[in-house]
Design a protein. Sequence first.
Length: 211
Amino acid sequence: MSDREALLLSSGNGPGECRQAVGHLLSWLSTKATQYGVDLDVSTRDAAHGPASAVVVLSGARAGDLVRSVEGVILWRCQSELRPGHKRKNWFVQAFRLPAATDAVRIDPAAVEMQAIRAGGPGGQHQNKTSSAIRARWTSEDGKVYAVAVRDNRSQHQNRRLALERLAALAAAEKAEADAAREGETWVLHGQLQRGEPRRIFEGRQFKEVK
């Protein structure tokens, strides 16, 4: 089973509250990724009040487990803070598993900005004495900026190599989204959102999950 998975979080054609829900879901996923011991890289399409969509690449042995736990319709129940008094309280997001990109994205290492940073352990503890972690930033030909931070290994050389792999995976996931949207492979991708049985339900401005 692959140790790298890609998700698309989409607010469809929903209003600003649905875009807020995408932002909340990204924060929730980040926390879950730490619990699952996987790395999370994100590229968003920003709009008013939050991301209209986000491509998420999860890397690690349990990446597939986390994807399967969230894939589907997500419901956020909350009184609108954008439109006080608005009667609607149900806001929907959908998490799609993205197919593999049709061809690989190749990145010239010379075009990537690399910065050594100090690596913290789980929960920010056990700060390393040496700056072995890497923050990498790359701009594609069409001007899209991708960034990752890699803290997996004690070797800075290994982390630089892994940073290139994860940048390429993130760019490839976005390409897969574009390919799937053109070919109609992801049902209602960025169109009408399927409001079926929610996979997960969250409530309130604190985005607390309903068990």
